[in-house]
Design a protein around this ligand. Structure first.
Ligand SMILES: C[S@@+](CC[C@H](N)C(=O)[O-])C[C@H]1O[C@@H](n2cnc3c(N)ncnc32)[C@H](O)[C@@H]1O
Ligand SMILES: [Zn+2]
Ligand SMILES: [Zn+2]
Ligand SMILES: [Zn+2]
Length: 683
């Protein structure tokens, strides 16, 4: 069975859906189908809410205006569903106080990360409001505190418990929803949801399930027929005129869909940009590869892919009866992973692999934000910017957030003479790994915050500023991320990079290359903020284009040549396994490795990626080092355990990508004249 539970966040289909879940409906309904007294707490209250036919789910009551919705009568409330991040209109009698009804409505037998995460998020918000430092609580701690009766922190006096303050993340979501509603109003000049298609309407017969889930907002609904889709299917209209996201040609098309033939309107394009690199903890995409919506999805069984397709897309775009065929296919390889099968594909036509690659890169093209004045470097004969003089010099690097010195490793591979490599890092284990490998080639300069003007001046000329600040607080994978602006959290370290960049430019007049890296799975608003500070948009790069692992990252910088097409190379996981031990790769490519050991498991079955002597086996850490492009035992220092070594790698850059991005520097800087590199030979 390929259904997953409801996935991730969604904002384009915000109105017509309650959080959609399956499997567990029965228990939830049996437990508590009853409503209570109509809720009349203020906006911003933490509540349980329920849409008929759906189970209770934690949410926050919001002001319709805050999210672009119309005013409603007092017997209804607008509820923002936690984790699902959609807004629904709910009858007040189906809205109940979160704390009061917690023991009644919380279904601890209910499986599913999104549900648990939503409940935990609600508990933490509540606990914070009662004066607890709940931000760092584990799920277990949060649930335990709630089970213990929501005790107030004795130290802090709290007045009342509602409304709870809305976190930045929730405020961002509401703002996004409002923007989308406003945009679609402008686009259509009519109901805000004209853009959202009522799926299952193909035969003018809405499915029962759908009808019940939208009944509470039915007066808002304008039925959209699939007229445009029918024209495409009959050959009357080119698919290029159709937005594959909203299945309409009445919207303003802003570009082509990167994966499939067809186009996208502005809202759907934004949704795609936001979600195309977003994965759940299980390494599976959170949003449909076609329309970028969440909901019930089919998961591609090819572990290296893990793309998902929503039921509505399959119902209306794939061939008739495809849904049943897909359900029967075991395993099912998605539209991008298998050859086109007319009986299944319908009008879903994948683009050629090389086209996809350049389209995805183009989505994040560098041309939209004006460059900082003077950021362009003088050019050499071959058109590359020159640093410091016409003569080729050795390279002087300052690497912030240096980790395990992937930057130096890559420069060494490129045989560029590194005259000086300053590094800022605070993790002792990471420093030990680098020291062991590069001995005294690296000069550590302390935590990034300590790099004041005087210290930076003392470093002398810097030709290349590297840095990839911690991403935990920025990542969409972290539902309680604190973002860029919380000065107590690591997300704000980006501004340290920015500060150093600006200071060095001031000191040496812009003649410097720079590269900043971070996760691709961050909200668009953060991407935009970073881009505004750095003066340009990022380019996106997936290590899968050059190696046997997925690792999609954003890169900002001024090293030329990044927009160029990458010749995809065909390294497979098998090439990275330790030879001679009968180890065989079960997948071609592994999913993004994080600091979590589970991330080494693959696909929705969470299997290990290797088979040894016929049995499943985990990927060894030495093999993971090879996957990243390091040499075997690169992280083998002292008594460093396997999980710590994985953590160091889980934070690191892919060597293949770092080499690719810094390669243009070869023609600007001196070639290393010693045959032997900077790495120490480890015995
Ligand atoms: C995303 S990792 C970068 C890893 C690196 N690019 C690599 O390839 O190994 C971020 C690094 O920033 C380091 N870090 C965190 N706070 C820091 C600070 N205040 N100053 C310098 N480095 C810091 C962390 O220890 C971590 O190694
Ligand atoms: Zn659209
Ligand atoms: Zn879809
Ligand atoms: Zn696939």
């Amino acid at each position: 069975m390929k259904f997953l539970l409801s996935r991730g966040q969604l904002y384009t289909s915000y109105i017509n859906m309650a959080p959609m879940r399956n499997k567990w409906k029965k228990t939830a309904i049996q437990r508590l189908p009853t409503s209570g007294e109509p809720f009349d707490g203020p906006v911003g209250s933490l509540v349980w809410g329920r849409i008929p036919g759906q189970p209770w789910w934690p949410g926050i009551t919001v002001d319709g205006q805050d999210c672009g919705m119309p005013d409603i009568s007092s017997d209804h409330k607008w509820v923002f569903w936690l984790e699902d991040r959609r807004v629904s209109k709910v009858q007040s009698k189906w809205v109940q106080h979160f704390k009061d009804r917690y023991s009644l409505y919380f279904d601890s037998t209910r499986k599913g990360k999104i549900y648990e995460s939503a409940v935990v998020q609600a508990i933490k918000v509540y606990a914070k409001h009662l004066g607890h430092e709940s931000g760092k609580w584990t799920n277990k701690q949060a649930l335990k505190w709630a089970d213990g009766g929501f005790q107030q922190n004795g130290v802090r006096k709290v007045e009342g418990v509602t409304p709870v303050p809305l976190s930045h993340v929730i405020q961002d979501d509401l703002q996004l929803i409002r923007k989308c509603v406003e945009r679609s109003k402008q686009n259509n000049g009519s109901s805000p949801i004209k853009n959202s298609v009522q799926h299952g309407k193909q035969n003018n017969e809405p499915s029962r399930k759908r009808r019940s889930s939208i009944s509470s907002v039915s007066e808002l609904k304008t039925d959209v027929q699939y007229d445009d889709l029918a024209k495409v299917k009959s050959g009357e209209m080119s698919i290029r005129r159709l937005c594959l996201g909203c299945k309409s040609a009445e919207v303003k098309i802003v570009g082509e869909h990167p994966y499939f033939e067809g186009s996208l309107c502005k809202i759907c394009m934004e949704a795609l940009k936001k979600h195309c690199f977003e994965f759940g903890d299980d390494g599976i995409h959170t949003h449909c590869a076609i329309c970028s919506r969440a909901g019930r999805v089919y998961v591609c069984d090819r572990p290296g892919c893990c793309k998902v397709y929503c039921t509505p897309c399959i119902e209306v775009l794939a061939a008739e009866g495809a849904k049943m065929l897909i359900e029967k296919m075991q395993p099912w390889q998605c539209f991008l992973c298998s050859d086109v099968r007319p009986t299944v594909n319908g009008i879903i036509t994948p683009r050629h692999e090389s086209v996809i690659l350049s389209r995805i890169t183009a989505l994040f093209s560098l041309d939209k934000i004006p460059l900082f004045c003077g950021d362009d470097l003088p050019l050499s004969e071959d058109g590359l910017p020159l640093v410091s003089s016409n003569r080729k010099n050795g390279l002087r690097v300052l690497s912030l957030f240096d980790g395990i010195s992937t930057g130096l490793f890559a420069l060494d591979k490129l045989q560029i003479e590194v005259e000086k490599y300053y590094a800022s890092e605070v993790d002792g284990d990471a420093i030990n790994v680098s020291k062991l490998n590069f001995k005294d080639k690296i000069e550590y300069v302390g935590p990034v915050e300590t790099l004041n003007l005087r210290k930076l001046k003392a470093l002398g000329r810097i030709d290349l500023l590297l840095g990839g600040s911690p991403c935990t607080e920025l990542s969409l994978a972290n539902p309680v991320r604190k973002g860029l602006f919380d000065t107590d959290a690591s997300g704000s370290l980006f501004f340290e990079y920015f500060r150093v960049l600006v200071t060095l430019r001031m000191l040496q007049g812009n003649c410097m290359y720079w590269l900043f890296e971070n996760t691709a799975a961050m909200p668009c608003s953060m991407k935009a903020t970073i881009s505004r500070y750095l003066g340009r948009n990022p380019t996106v790069f997936d290590a899968a284009w050059l190696s046997a692992q997925h690792r999609t990252r954003l890169f900002w910088g001024n090293i030329p040549g990044w927009g160029k097409k990458v010749a995809k190379c065909n390294v497979k996981l098998d090439d990275c396994l330790i030879p001679g031990l009968n180890r065989i790769a079960a997948v071609d490519m592994i999913r993004t490795v994080t600091t979590n050991s589970n991330s080494l498991r693959q696909g929705k079955t969470m299997t290990h990626p290797v088979r040894m002597n016929g049995k499943e086996d985990t990927l060894w850490i030495t093999e993971l080092e090879r996957v990243f492009g390091f040499e075997t035992h690169y992280t083998d220092t002292g008594n460093l355990g396997i999980s710590k070594r994985q953590q160091l790698l889980g934070r690191a850059w892919s060597v293949h990508v770092a080499v690719h991005l810094m390669k243009p520097l070869q023609s600007v800087f001196k070639k290393r004249n010693t045959k032997q590199g900077y790495r120490r030979v480890i015995i």
